[in-house]
Write a new protein. Structure first.
Length: 267
C-alpha cells in the first residue's frame, strides 16, 4: 500500500502520495487534546497533556478558530501536524475517536506524536525528491520514503514500537546530503547550523546557500536578505522579519515556518 492510505472504506491520495497537510475535518481534534500547552506568547492558557482545550467544542471544532491570534493562541495558528491527525483518526484507528471511546485516548494520543514525526519526515523526503541537483541520492530518498510510509501504516502497537530516533537519524543523513548537493556551487555559503541568531540584524545580507538547520532566528531581521537555496530545516523563525527576502529555491522551508514569521506588511 505504499503511497496510499486506506481510511475506512475510502482511499486518500494526492498524486499517489499520502496527504501531508492537515485536514481537520477528518481528525478528532487530536492536537487540541494530546499536547500540553504552557501559558506564553503562543498560548493564553496552561493546558496539561491529554486534557481538551477549553475552546474545543463537542463537534471537535475550535470555538475560536477565526480569532485564535486575537485570543492569544498563535501557537495553534502555526502548528502543523503534516496530516498526521487525520491519518491517526481515520487510518490507524479506523474512524474511532477518544471521546466516544475513552479507552483508546492514551494510545491514540501517543500515536499522534510518532505519526507527526513520520509525516514530517515524509514532507522533507518529498521536498528533497524535487531537487534536481540531488539526483545522486534520489534512489536513497525514495527507499526511505517508502519505508517511512510503511512504518506509518502500522497498528497502534506497531507505531509505538518504532525506533523513531534511529529512523530519523538515517533519514536526516540523506536529507543533509541532498541539501549539500543542492547548495553546491555557491561560494563560501554561511554556516549557521544550530546558531543562536535571535534578534540578529541580518537585513540585506547575502545568505545564499546558508546552512540554517536548527538555527534560532526568533525575531531576526532578515528583510531583503538573499536566502536563495538556504536550508531552513528545523530553523525557528518565529517572529523573524522576512519581508522582501528572496526565498526562491529556499530548502525545506515549511508552511508552518512561514506562518510563524512575518512575510508581508499585513498583520
Amino acid at each position: 500500500m505504499t503511497g496510499w492510505l486506506a481510511y475506512g472504506n475510502q482511499i486518500d491520495s494526492t498524486d499517489g502520495d499520502m496527504k501531508l497537510e492537515a485536514d481537520c475535518a477528518r481528525c478528532a481534534a487530536l492536537c487540541c487534546v494530546a499536547p500540553a500547552f504552557a501559558k506564553s506568547s503562543d498560548f493564553a492558557i496552561d493546558k496539561p497533556a491529554g486534557k481538551p482545550c477549553r475552546n474545543l467544542r463537542d463537534d471537535f471544532r475550535c470555538g475560536i478558530h477565526e480569532r485564535l491570534d486575537q485570543r492569544g493562541f498563535h501557537g495553534c495558528v502555526v502548528f502543523d501536524c503534516f496530516g498526521a491527525g487525520q491519518h491517526v483518526t481515520q487510518g490507524t484507528f479506523g474512524g474511532r475517536d477518544w471521546r466516544s471511546e475513552p479507552g483508546i485516548a492514551g494510545p491514540m494520543f501517543a500515536a499522534l506524536d510518532v505519526m507527526r514525526a513520520l509525516h514530517e519526515l515524509l514532507w522533507y523526503l518529498t521536498e528533497a525528491l524535487e531537487l534536481d541537483a540531488a539526483v545522486r541520492v534520489h534512489q536513497q530518498l525514495r527507499a526511505l520514503k517508502e519505508e517511512t510510509e510503511r512504518l506509518s501504516e502500522g497498528t497502534p502497537a506497531e507505531i509505538q514500537g518504532i525506533d523513531l530516533e534511529s529512523h530519523r537519524r538515517r533519514v536526516n543523513r540523506v536529507l543533509l546530503r541532498a541539501s549539500e548537493l543542492a547548495r553546491a556551487g555557491i561560494p563560501n555559503p554561511p554556516d549557521h547550523r544550530g546558531a543562536n541568531l535571535i534578534g540578529r540584524r541580518l537585513r540585506g545580507r547575502d545568505l545564499r546557500g546558508a546552512n540554517l538547520r536548527g538555527a534560532l532566528l526568533i525575531g531576526a531581521d532578515l528583510r531583503e536578505a538573499d536566502l536563495r537555496r538556504a536550508d531552513f530545516t528545523g530553523a525557528d523563525v518565529r517572529g523573524a522579519d522576512l519581508r522582501g527576502a528572496d526565498l526562491r529555491d529556499a530548502l525545506f522551508l515549511t508552511p508552518s515556518q512561514l506562518r510563524s514569521a512575518r512575510v508581508s506588511d499585513n498583520p
